[in-house]
Design a protein around this ligand. Structure first.
Ligand SMILES: *Cc1c(COP(=O)(O)O)cnc(C)c1O
Length: 429
């Protein structure tokens, strides 16, 4: 709050990829309003879909009942996700979709009589949301440390981040990480229910890309050792990485997949946990058998949210938006290549329109800035003055423009980032 109070940012309206504050100052939405927005703000088709739904009903419960847009959206989600995912469990946020994934995986093993499989494996720097279950399968020290006695213990394994490894070599980091995971699985598979992993790229942990082929190898390891492969597509789903879902980059079929953020185009809180027929079947029984998945939220399956999500997905199809985003990513790559030349830019990581710019004090030694200098934070404040919004993760500047951002707007955002980063020498001591 102390940071916020210095110069409060209060948004009043938005149009396309531009946000306007209460003083009339305009900002390019360089972080898709925290990684959510897809088609820009006040997109006519989505606005209208919500208005149309309002004329029927805003909300009725999904507990013991269904509703029309929730059914239609579930059908659509099954169609666009990997073929083995045939069942949809709704909730209202990414963190909840992960909580559900964890409870579902845990109970799956209980329901089929494998009661010893109760633990989870997570990746260093993993992020899956801020609720207690989600932080228990997350591993970002600064967010999670204070709650450690509240969390259940998971096995954390090394994320293969080439830039942060002494070797700097992708293949070596990949093999090292996979060998450590194989070792853990060999020793402990009988007590491991599932492994949670962000799809292809870690978000909140600092925009870290995986080496090529790594996610596929993880999938194989999980199958080999009978561990449920839980893939978090909350940040990466809905075209963000240049595919509808990032698992498509490597033909991965998770046992459980979580989706949220872009699902409604950034309009309303809807999330879902997708799973397979065998997992669904493990819960399907007469009431007396007590295999029920006792989990639900009041607003789950909300009609307005589902109507927005359906309109969102329709625009994807109509405009072949995923292909367009993949093309724009190529252009963004050229913008980022220029930024990579600047002093203090240590590494640039990009998958589609999901990008991170890591700032360091010394490009050669990769020596970071002292954390208390908050260099990236100051750079983003300067960007805000120059007319673009984003937020950093430590010293990594996030660049995640809405998928519909025009080439002109991308150029403009690139200029703002370049200027703010060039001025860093003015803020470092
Ligand atoms: C944002 C995020 C979440 C949490 O989603 P919320 O809707 O903020 O609860 C979970 N996993 C990943 C990978 C995310 O980026």
């Amino acid at each position: 709050m102390k940071d916020y109070e210095e110069e409060p940012l209060i948004i009043e309206s938005g149009e396309g990829v531009v946000l306007k504050d209460i003083h009339g100052k305009e900002y390019l939405d360089g972080y898709s309003s925290l990684w959510l927005n897809v088609h820009g703000h006040r997109r006519k088709e989505i606005d209208e879909a919500i208005q149309m739904q309002l004329q029927k009903i805003a909300h009725s419960t999904l507990l013991g009942a269904a509703n029309v847009p929730a059914v239609e959206l579930a059908e659509k989600l099954v169609e666009i996700t990997p073929p083995n995912l045939t069942r949809v469990f709704y909730s209202d946020s990414g963190a909840e979709s992960v909580e559900i994934a964890i409870k579902m995986a845990y109970q799956y093993w209980q329901n089929i009589g494998e009661s010893g499989k109760t633990k989870f494996v997570t990746m260093s720097n993993g992020y899956h949301g801020d609720t207690v279950g989600a932080i228990s399968v997350g591993a970002i020290d600064i967010y999670h440390r204070v709650y450690s006695s509240l969390m259940f213990q998971s096995y954390a394994v090394m994320f293969p981040s080439a830039y942060h490894h002494p070797s700097g070599d992708e293949e070596q980091v990949k093999q090292e990480s996979l060998a450590a995971i194989r070792q853990l699985f060999e020793d402990k598979h009988h007590e491991i229910a599932g492994m949670t992993v962000e799809s292809m790229m870690q978000g909140a942990g600092g925009m870290n890309t995986m080496p090529k082929g790594y996610l596929k190898e993880l999938e194989k390891l999980c199958r080999e050792f009978d561990i449920l492969f839980i893939v978090d597509e909350v940040a990466t789903g809905f075209g963000r990485t240049g595919k509808m879902f990032a698992v498509e980059h490597e033909g991965v079929q998770p046992d459980i997949m979580t989706i949220a953020k872009g699902i409604t185009g950034g309009y309303l809180p809807v999330a879902a946990t997708m799973t397979t027929e065998p997992i669904y079947r493990a819960f399907y029984a007469d009431y007396a058998e007590m295999k029920t998945f006792f989990h639900g939220h009041s607003y789950t399956g909300n009609q307005l949210g589902c109507a927005a999500a359906l309109a969102n997905l329709e625009i994807f199809e109509k405009e072949k938006l995923v292909d367009q985003a993949a093309q724009k990513a190529e252009y963004v790559k050229s913008i980022l290549a220029e930024i990579a030349e600047l002093p203090f830019v240590g590494d640039i990581r990009q998958l589609g329109l999901m990008c991170g710019i890591e700032l360091v004090q010394d490009k050669e030694t990769k020596q970071p800035f002292p954390a208390e200098d908050r260099v990236a934070y100051k750079a983003t404040l300067r960007m805000r003055e120059l007319g673009m919004l984003t937020r950093p993760l430590g010293d990594v500047i996030v660049f995640m423009p809405p998928l519909v951002t025009s080439y002109e707007q991308l150029t403009q955002m690139g200029k703002i980032m370049k200027q703010a980063i060039s001025e860093i020498q003015l803020v470092v001591k």
